[in-house]
Structures are given as C-alpha cells and as structure tokens.
Design a protein around this ligand. Structure first.
Ligand code: NDP
Length: 255
C-alpha cells in the first residue's frame, strides 16, 4: 500500500460503464484497487469488462438495476462473496434526472428520481455497512451534484435527492466514524457524459460556460481524481465533506 495507493483494497462502483462511473472504475484500478461494478445493459457491461481486462485492471461486474431492492440485495451478496466479506470502498454513482418545471412532474417521474437517486443509495449504504466495517478501513463516496448545493434549473426533484445525499454524507460520517468508515460527497457541475449529452447544445454550453469561472464544462476524469483521493489513506482525516468539482461555478458571485 502506502498513502497514495489503493493496492489490495476492494471497491464497489455503481453504474461503472459510462461517464463518471467509468472514469472512477479506471482511476481506482490504476491506483491498485480490485473493483466490482454494475449496470443494466449486459452487452455494454461485458464490453467494458473486456476492455479493462486488456488494460490489466482487476474489475468484475454484474447486471443490476439499482432501482430494485431485490437486485440490490443480490448485488451485495455477490460483492461479499467476491471480496470475502470485506469492502473498503463504496462509490454511489448511479443517478438519473428528468428535467422540467416543478408543476409538471407526474407522481411516476417523482418516484423514479427519488428511488434511483436516493432510496437505492440509502439501502446500498445499509447493505454495505457490515462489509465496510469488516474491512477495517472504509470509505463511502457519493456522487452528488452542485444542484444539491445551490439552486439550478435542472429540476427540483433531482435537487432534493442530491440535497438528501449531502445531508446523509454528514450523518454517516458521524454515526459510522466508530467503525472507521468515512463518508464524503463529490458535487459536480456539468460534466461531459451521456447523461447530459442531449443538453449540451451550443447555446446551452455557452450559457453554462458564461457562469463558470474556468469557462468550460468538466470531463469525467476531473471528477474521478477527487473520488479516488477521498478513498486513499492520504485522506484519512477527511470525512463528512461535500466538495464541488465545478470550475468555480458555485462560488461565483458575478464574474
Ligand atoms: P451516465 O448516464 O453517463 O452514466 C450512468 C451510469 O450508471 C451508466 O453506466 C448506466 O448504465 C448506469 N445506470 C444508470 N441507471 C442505473 C440503474 N438504475 N441501475 C444500475 N446502473 C444504472 O451518468 P453520469 O456519469 O453523467 O452521472 C453519474 C452521476 O453523476 C449521477 O449520480 C449524476 O446525478 C451525477 N452528476 C452528473 C453530472 C453531469 O454533468 N454529468 C453533474 C452532476 C452530477 P446503464 O444505463 O446501462 O444501466
């Protein structure tokens, strides 16, 4: 190991086949971690697993829709079996959004966003707790959003789920500190992924960039680096924090 290595550590990354999740899998693998990931599309998952194998990364995967409680139970069983009951790192990455004005949400849309972004994350923390504790050194990282920190026009339901994540980040940091489990949140602004590709037309990007001091959107690798840092022994005294990766957007008064 060492302070700047994840050698021998075990990790579960939800939604690792695209975007931020995929960058996190690769970043953790490059630092020596052994990883299990999941997604809903089996063909895409298998393609990723083959790629990672070629790169020499130790990554396994299973198909799991985190929306289903039963699928989450099964996922954690597989993880426990794969890693002999020890998990060092849980990355809660899966998230979705339906972007519209508050008055337009149907109850189905409301439930889908809540269940995907918050209920599943909460339950995965519950399921992972004994494994994280048993590892002797656990770290949970939530992929939140600046939409849970400041008001953005990306939808109030999404914002509420990310706000909820930001709060449990703090609670779990305190409640599970005795088990040597740390809990932190990473809150990105616009990152170039499949989730926001539809949104990133010229006019929208120009608007986003004009509010961002660094004058560009972010790349998945610029999020995964922070996620990895929060899992390293080097960050062993950092817990309960929500850190934005936003090119300065959330501190921008009037630049
Ligand atoms: P993408 O849509 O690009 O990737 C999502 C990944 O999660 C895919 O691998 C997808 O695979 C998987 N996934 C989605 N739904 C489920 C599900 N129900 N069960 C299992 N796997 C699932 O998303 P991003 O990388 O952009 O987003 C990742 C996280 O980052 C989210 O929590 C999002 O809210 C957050 N975020 C993103 C920002 C951005 O600008 N991109 C900004 C702020 C926060 P599959 O579809 O095959 O299941």
């Amino acid at each position: 190991g060492g302070r700047w290595s994840l050698k021998g550590m075990t990790a579960l990354v939800t939604g690792g086949t695209r975007g931020i999740g995929s960058a996190v899998v690769e970043e953790l693998a490059e630092l020596g971690a052994i990883i299990h990931t999941c997604s809903r599309n089996e063909a895409e998952l298998n393609g990723c697993l083959e790629d990672w194998k070629k790169k020499g990364f130790k990554v396994s995967g299973s198909v799991c829709d985190v929306l289903s409680r039963e699928a989450r139970n099964k996922l954690m069983d597989i993880v426990s079996h794969t890693f002999n009951g020890n998990l060092n790192i849980l990355i809660n990455n899966v998230g979705t959004n339906v972007r519209k004005p508050t008055l337009d949400y149907t109850s189905e849309e409301f439930s889908l966003i809540m269940a995907t972004n918050f209920d599943s994350v909460y339950h995965l923390c519950q399921l992972a707790h004994p494994l994280l504790k048993s590892s002797g050194m656990g770290s949970i990282v939530f992929i939140s959003s600046v939409a849970g920190v400041v008001a953005l026009p990306s939808g109030t339901v999404y914002a509420a789920t990310k706000g909820a994540i930001n709060q449990i980040t703090k609670n779990l940091a305190c409640e599970w500190a005795k088990d040597n489990i740390r809990s932190n949140s990473v809150a990105p602004w616009y990152i170039r992924t499949s989730l926001v590709k539809r949104l990133l037309d010229k006019e929208f990007v120009e608007n986003v960039i004009s509010r961002t001091p660094l004058r560009r959107v972010g790349e998945p690798k610029e999020v995964s680096s922070l996620v990895a840092f929060l899992c390293l022994p080097a960050s062993s005294y950092i817990t309960g924090q929500i850190i934005s990766v936003d090119g300065g957007m959330s501190v921008n008064g009037f630049y």
